[in-house]
Ligand binder design. Structure first.
Ligand code: PAF
Length: 290
C-alpha cells in the first residue's frame, strides 16, 4: 500500500526502518507533473531495490525570478494516481516550510560542472538544485538515487555534490525517454502550443545531425554550426548548441574521442533542453615527434 508522507522526520524514520531490516531503498527525486520519463526511473528503482520512494516537490530555490515557478504544473492527485500503478512504497511530498524552515539561510554552492551552459543562463539554478537534493537525501536516506540523463548537466552536478560532501548514496543515471517523434519527455513540454509542438522535434534532430557529423570525423565548429542551423530551421530560437566533454563540460578539441552534444532553445515562452552522448570515436594520433 502506497503512503504519502509529508513530514521529513517521518519519511527518514520509514526509510531507516526498511534499511535496518536489510531492505535496499531506491529514491527518485522529482518535481511532479510525472510522465513516462519519471516512471522509467521508478521502474529501474523497483527492479534494483526492495522499496521505492518518490519525492514530489517544486523547489522554489532552483527557479530564477523571471522563470516559471508560479506556473510550473502542480498535479499531486494525478501523480499519486499514476504512481499507484507502479511499485512505489512512499511518495514524499513536503511543504516548502519543511524544506526551507523560517529563517532559512544555508545554500550549497557548486562549481565545476555547474558553471557553463545552464549555470551561465540560469544563475543560482544549480545551487538551488544541489541544496534541495542534499535536503531530500537527508529526508530519504536511500541506498541509491535515480536521475534522468535528459538533465545531463544536473546529473554531473549531483555526482559532484555526492562526491564532495561524501554523501552515502549511489547515483544512477537512466536513459532519456522520448516521444515517438524524438522529443525528449519533459514536464515543460505541456507548455508548448499546438503550433510549436511539431517544431520542438528540432532539438533531437539537431542532436542526431551532430552525431552523424561527429562519426564522420567533422570538427567541433562544423558540428555546432550544423546543430544551430537545424534548430533554426525548425523555428527554435537557439540558446546554445555545443559539444562538450561529457564529464567536465569543458569545450572539446577537434580530435576529441568523447563528447556530449547539448542544446537549449526557445519556442514561444517555452525553454527546452536536450542532449546526446556521442559514440566514442577513433581519432588520429597526435604527432608527438615535433
Ligand atoms: O530534475 C528535477 O526534477 C529537479 O531538478 C530535482 C532533481 C527533483 C530537484 O528539485
Amino acid at each position: 500500500m502506497q503512503q504519502v508522507v509529508h513530514d521529513p522526520d517521518r519519511m527518514r524514520a520509514l526509510v531507516n526502518e526498511a534499511r535496518a531490516a536489510g531492505q535496499r531503498v531506491g529514491f527518485v527525486p522529482t518535481m511532479g507533473a510525472l510522465h513516462a520519463g519519471h516512471t522509467s526511473l521508478v521502474a529501474q528503482a523497483a527492479r534494483e531495490c526492495d522499496r521505492v520512494a518518490v519525492s514530489i516537490f517544486v523547489n522554489p530555490m532552483q527557479f530564477g525570478p523571471q522563470e516559471d515557478f508560479s506556473r510550473y504544473p502542480r498535479t499531486l492527485a494525478a501523480d499519486t494516481a499514476l504512481l499507484a500503478a507502479h511499485d512505489v512504497d512512499w511518495i514524499y511530498a513536503p511543504e516548502v516550510s519543511d524544506v526551507y524552515p523560517p529563517g532559512d539561510a544555508t545554500r550549497i554552492v557548486v562549481g565545476g560542472p555547474a558553471v557553463l551552459f545552464e549555470g551561465e543562463r540560469r544563475p543560482g539554478h544549480f545551487d538551488g538544485v544541489a541544496t534541495v537534493v542534499c535536503k531530500l537525501f537527508l529526508a530519504v536516506p536511500a541506498d541509491t538515487a535515480y536521475f534522468g540523463a535528459k538533465d545531463w548537466q544536473q546529473t554531473l552536478v549531483v555526482k559532484r555534490l555526492v562526491c564532495d560532501l561524501g554523501l552515502p548514496i549511489r547515483i544512477i543515471v537512466c536513459p532519456t525517454m522520448r516521444e515517438p517523434d524524438g522529443l525528449a519527455m519533459s514536464s515543460r513540454n505541456a507548455y508548448l502550443s499546438v503550433a510549436d509542438r511539431p517544431r520542438a522535434v528540432g532539438l533531437s534532430k539537431s542532436l542526431h545531425r551532430a552525431a552523424g557529423l561527429w562519426s564522420a570525423g567533422a570538427d567541433t565548429a562544423t558540428i555546432e554550426q550544423a546543430m544551430r542551423e537545424t534548430l533554426s530551421a525548425h523555428g527554435v530560437v537557439v540558446d546554445y548548441a555545443a559539444l562538450a566533454d561529457p564529464e567536465s563540460l569543458e569545450p572539446v578539441p577537434d580530435d576529441a574521442a568523447r563528447a556530449v552534444a547539448l542544446v537549449a532553445g526557445r519556442l514561444g515562452s517555452t525553454r527546452l533542453i536536450d542532449n546526446m552522448e556521442l559514440p566514442a570515436r577513433v581519432t588520429p594520433q597526435r604527432d608527438t615527434k615535433r
